[in-house]
Each structure stands twice: as C-alpha cells, then as structure tokens.
Design a protein around this ligand. Structure first.
Ligand SMILES: [Zn+2]
Length: 303
C-alpha cells in the first residue's frame, strides 16, 4: 500500500494478514443474496477479512492505530481464524522497527484490534511489542473488557491490555481527547459502547518531506478530492461493503446505534471529504465515501 501525505503527516496502511470470517456474522441481517454480490464466500460461507493498521508519521513521532490479531491466540481461536500474524513482518519490510513506534492507539479492545499490543518473551512473560510506545485505548472498553457479556466474552484477551494498564503504559481515554496535535479520538457507539474512531489532520499542505512515491496533497486537491482529514472509523464501517446504513455486522452490540453513528459520521465525512480507513477490508484500505444521485453510499478510491 502506497503512503499518502496529509499536510505534513504521512499515512500508510499495514496489514496483519487476512482471516476467514463467516458471511452471516460479517453482514448481520443482510441476506446472502444481497451481500454475495459484493463479497465472495467459500463453500463454508467464509469471507476474507483484512486486518488493517494505520501508521502515521507526523515528522516528529510515529503512531500506530490498531495492532491486528497478533500471535497469542488460543488453539480454539486459531481453529476459527487462523493466526496470520504478519504485521511486524510487513512493518519491517518498510523499515519500521517495533522500537520506532512512539504511540499506539487502539480503537477498541477486541482481539483483532489490539493483538500485537503485547507479545510473550522467551520466558513466557507478557511484554509490550513496541518497547518505547505509549499506549492508548478507550476507558469504557477496558472496563467492559474486564466483565464482558457472554455474547462477546471470546473477543477479549486480557493479555493484550491488562499488563499495559497495570504497568502504567496504557492511558485510558474518555473520547474527545487530542493524542497529539492533529490526532484526536471520538467515540462512535454501536459496534461496542465505547469504540473510538481516530481522526488525523495533517497541518498545512506538505511541509514535511514525504517519500517520493506518496501523492502530494496538492495532487489530490487537483483531482478534486481534498483530503484534509483521515478517519480510522474501525468496526463502525469495517469494509467498503458495509457503507449502507443498515449493513452492520452481527457482532455489533447496539445495531440501532450503529445506524445513528454512521449517519453522524457521514454527515461530516461526505461534505468534508474525509479519507475513511477501512479496518477489515482486504482490498480497499481507504477511500472517500460519497452519495450517488440515488442516495446510495459509494466508496471512491484515492488513485
Ligand atoms: Zn470489533
């Protein structure tokens, strides 16, 4: 995935790999007759889900948003999801070492969004994967994760966050905080009660020296797109196939709130041309959300 410059920030998506996800779980009450026109399923009804993390270089600091599934799944979980565990390799291929990450932000604490927060060291002790990083996660998520409902208990693996909270490495967020100038979080209820989107607003057009392959913000403006701000909207809109207001995942704990939160997001994302990052889309990591003449939500690619 090519990097993109956003003001003086450089953005790039890194994948932890893909995993099989039951089509019914992925698309909730939407009939297969409809979703199968957008997304392919295999003979067992599994679709392919991506695990997209967003790396932001501000010029001073390097920020990683969500950390995929990691490598600590139980044997039972591996049976369902495999364990692609590719994030560190993919970062390394772009010369990003774990030591380079200054800040990690988790949108929520489901196992497929914070899996690489920690690893087991040689002695089996849980340690931070990113040894210098300050970690952030929604406070409400952490409280919920300590006593989840029977419905989604399997989605929380305490080793991904409890050791970080206990050691003071993880700061818990109420929603609305600025993590760094230009990087803020905002709660969007629906998938869970406290899931937060991460909004990224680079300052000024292209002050830093981005990599030569990155399209400049001015080029994109010239093409009419104007990405002032990007938003990692996480599981509120996990893929470009979930743009329709009523196409929510069956994992969502508050499906009616998912619809309200999507409306709130689109009311800003469409007129302000936010670049939306899709956490589970195996093909389209980011796109602009637009509404066509018939009112249908569509994703328009960056390139
Ligand atoms: Zn989730």
């Amino acid at each position: 995935m090519r990097p993109l410059t956003l003001g003086d920030f450089e953005l790039r998506v890194f994948s932890d790999g893909t995993y099989p996800l039951d089509g019914g779980a992925f698309f909730g009450v939407v009939p297969k007759l409809m979703w199968s026109k957008k997304v392919a399923a295999d003979a067992r009804n599994f679709c392919t889900a991506g695990l997209n993390s967003l790396l932001i270089r501000t010029g001073k600091q390097t920020v990683l948003v969500d950390t995929g599934m990691g490598n600590k799944l139980s044997d039972r979980m591996v049976k369902f999801y495999g364990q692609p565990a590719k994030l560190l390799d993919n970062l390394s291929a772009a010369s990003v070492a774990p030591e380079d990450i200054d800040i990690v932000i988790n949108s929520h604490l489901h196992f497929d969004h914070c899996g690489w927060n920690t690893v087991r060291d040689r002695n089996g002790k849980i340690v931070p994967t990113f040894p210098r990083a300050k970690y952030y996660a929604p406070e409400g998520e952490w409280h919920y994760a300590r006593k989840p409902s029977e419905r989604d208990r399997i989605s929380y693996i305490s080793e991904n966050y409890d050791p970080l909270v206990e050691s003071g490495r993880m700061t818990l967020l109420k929603g609305g905080e600025q993590i760094l100038p230009g990087i803020t979080v905002e709660t969007f209820r629906g998938h869970t009660a406290s899931m937060q989107a991460i909004l990224v607003k680079g300052r000024g057009p292209g002050r830093a020296a981005p990599s030569p392959s990155a399209p400049r913000v001015d080029d994109i403006r010239a093409s009419g797109a104007q990405p002032h701000t990007a938003c990692y909207i996480s599981d509120l809109i996990p893929t470009t196939a979930h743009l329709d207001l009523t196409w929510g995942m069956s994992f969502d704990l508050y499906p009616l709130d998912t619809i309200d939160s999507k409306k709130r997001y689109y009311a800003r994302a469409i007129p302000q041309k936010l670049l939306t990052v899709f956490t589970h889309d195996p093909e389209t990591s980011w796109a602009y959300v637009e509404q066509d003449e018939s009112g249908k939500m569509i994703a328009r690619g960056v390139e």
